[in-house]
Ligand binder design. Structure first.
Ligand SMILES: [Zn+2]
Length: 279
């Protein structure tokens, strides 16, 4: 089955991983900007990173016929350095019109601090003013419930935001309803540690339905599995769910959400095949 992974950090993965994803049916990935494992020291470091995300990664993905899209921001882990965060936010518009750039992300809270909230709101303001999509991270484990409530309150406090153009990611059993009920898209992240397993994600889908729900692997430099979405597909099949429902969650839904961006120029695989026959 063809699928799209809407949240995966491919700069941290090998070229072999792209090949594996392609063999498993992945036709497109969207890659939010992420923490490098250390705090970057200057705005120039971020400019170089955004260059990599918007130029080399799409090329590397293209070697395996995988389409690559990206999101830009400074990570919440680096938000305590407010002056640097503001310099990065001021530089982001240089990249927003590049092919494949969908919006601002992944922004959000990490430890739910005041500075994180300030940097979050300044990113949101940039997204609204430039009319791009928003991808929002929610904190892990003990901080998740409180952090998700804080995040939703901040987003709902800004009447300029079109909630259908925002995804709130890393939802779990105790946060998914809050996100969906307020009109946002919700992302379930499958992860070997700290986040949701494929079985839990299928449970959540069975309870809440497929409307505005996405599933992703978040594959990054930590313990993570870039092929987690195929694991979810397999678990859905094991439980006897129809292919149409599986396809809706892993292919149609991400196309619908990401397709709201003017820079999501998706080429469906059947069109690729057709073009090849004509060549
Ligand atoms: Zn991420």
């Amino acid at each position: 089955m063809y699928y799209i992974d809407p949240h995966i950090h491919m700069v941290a993965r090998t070229t072999d991983d792209y090949e594996t994803l392609a063999k498993m049916g992945c036709v497109a990935v969207s890659e939010p900007a992420f923490w490098a494992g250390y705090d970057r020291g200057s705005v120039a470091g971020f400019r170089d990173y955004f260059e990599q995300l918007t130029s080399f990664e799409p090329k590397r993905a293209g070697w395996f016929r995988v389409q690559h899209y990206s999101w830009l921001c400074i990570n919440p882990k680096e938000a305590e350095h407010i002056s640097l965060a503001r310099e990065v936010i001021a530089m982001i518009p240089e990249f927003l019109n590049r092919p494949g750039v969908l919006g601002i992300g992944e922004i959000g809270l990490n430890k739910n601090t005041r500075n994180e909230a300030i940097v979050f709101l300044e990113h949101v303001d940039l997204a609204v003013k430039t009319d791009v999509l928003l991808l929002v991270h929610t904190p892990h484990l003990a901080d998740k419930y409180q952090g998700t409530r804080m995040t939703l309150d901040m987003l709902c406090g800004d009447s300029r935001i079109n909630r259908e153009r925002v995804i709130v990611d890393h939802v779990e059993e105790h946060t998914v309803r809050h996100v969906l009920d307020r009109g946002f898209w919700a992302g379930m992240t499958l992860y070997p540690v700290t986040k949701c397993t494929p079985a839990r994600a299928v449970d959540i889908l069975e309870i809440h339905g497929p409307e505005r729900l996405l599933v992703n692997s978040a594959g990054d430099w930590g313990p993570s599995k870039p092929t987690a979405v195929p694991d979810f597909i397999l678990e859905m099949r094991r439980r006897g769910h129809p292919e149409s429902l599986i396809r809706r969650v892993v292919y149609d839904n991400p196309r619908e959400f990401l397709g709201q961006s003017r820079n999501f120029v998706f080429r469906p695989p059947d069109v690729l095949e057709h073009a090849e026959t004509q060549a």
